[in-house]
Ligand binder design. Structure first.
Ligand code: NAP
Length: 284
């Protein structure tokens, strides 16, 4: 029988833990969300964050900047929010509009507030296995696997996708768990052969239902990170219908990885808040 790894189950468990951990704080951990313009995908993610944070009794403050803001004004607005002592963590929606660069923001973000892992320092910590705030989507994948007690040690993990926000950091987190990791991308030769050798296959490529049964070893654990729209419906990178009967375990889309991402952001914010107050002082 295939195990369906449900994000909601993992998020519910995290909710319990976050509410318990935050119950004795002296003030409300607050996330600053910086949004330039009104892109629908940003608005949708923002809505999801606000909903999750409300249920977790965490605060979020939105800083909406105009689409046509100049680089100087953007950098100075970012600097001001970055220095705001009432903001404990920062999330900047990226990519920014084409006329803007995020270099200043990535280079100057206060490391203690970098809950979405945008600085090179945080990426370096993840790369070296030295802690740091776990990037939200890779963190959600790892949390789901841990929740369903999928042991990664010695396992062959294949990750399809090498983006700096998902595939690459995820590979480092998998390596930390002592798995043997292969990262695939659009130039990988014979993708089917590589994927079908995987004990754990993670699809983060952004190609609707690309991973079919031929890519999957019977009994493999399949994690679908993709969020795509096909024929007016939401779907992942995995063809759930053909893959689920032969997989040992699988995440659905919707209701899989995406359902856990905002909980990881919340966990990171809580950590940022504690770091801000130097831990002990943050508690009664
Ligand atoms: P991205 O930056 O577009 O990266 C896609 C990666 O997939 C690239 O490395 C690309 O290879 C690789 N790829 C594309 N087509 C391929 C093919 N035919 N064969 C092998 N590799 C291929 O995307 P992303 O930001 O990492 O996001 C990936 C997916 O996850 C998207 O569907 C996105 O919406 C979703 N996502 C979900 C969450 C969540 O919370 N669930 C969060 C973030 C993103 P190259 O490097 O060679 O181009």
């Amino acid at each position: 029988m295939t195990l369906l790894m449900k994000g909601a189950e993992v998020a519910a468990k995290l909710k319990e833990k976050i509410l318990k951990d935050s119950s004795c704080l002296i003030s409300s951990p607050t996330l600053g969300i910086i949004r330039v313009g009104n892109r629908p995908d940003n608005l949708s993610y923002e809505k999801g964050i606000l909903k999750r944070f409300e249920s977790l009794k965490l605060a979020a403050k939105i800083f909406e900047l105009p689409e046509n803001i100049s680089q100087n004004d953007f950098d100075s607005a970012f600097g001001k929010i970055n220095n705001d002592e009432k903001i404990h963590g920062l999330l900047l929606f990226r990519p920014l509009p084409k006329n803007l660069s995020d270099s200043f923001a990535c280079e100057h973000i206060n490391f203690l507030k970098d809950v979405d892992s945008m600085s090179a320092l945080n990426a370096g910590k993840i790369f070296n296995g030295q802690g740091g705030y776990v990037p939200c989507t890779p963190g959600a994948v790892m949390k789901i696997l841990a929740h369903y007690e999928i042991n990664l040690e010695g396992k062959s993990v294949v990750i399809v996708g090498r983006s700096p926000t998902v595939g690459r950091p995820l590979a480092m987190l998998m390596l930390k768990e002592n798995s043997t990791v292969t990262i695939c991308h659009s130039k990988t030769k014979d993708l089917k052969a590589v994927c079908s050798g995987a004990d754990v296959l993670v699809a983060c490529m952004g190609k609707a239902e690309f991973i079919t049964a031929e890519y999957v070893k019977p009994g493999a654990v399949v994690v679908d990170v993709g969020i795509n729209f096909k024929d007016g419906r939401l779907c992942g990178d995995v063809d759930f219908q053909s893959v689920s009967p032969l997989a040992g375990a699988i995440t659905p889309v919707p209701g899989g990885v995406g359902a856990v991402t905002t909980s990881i952001l919340a966990e990171n914010l809580l950590e940022a808040y504690k770091n801000f107050f130097n831990k002990q002082e943050a508690f009664f």
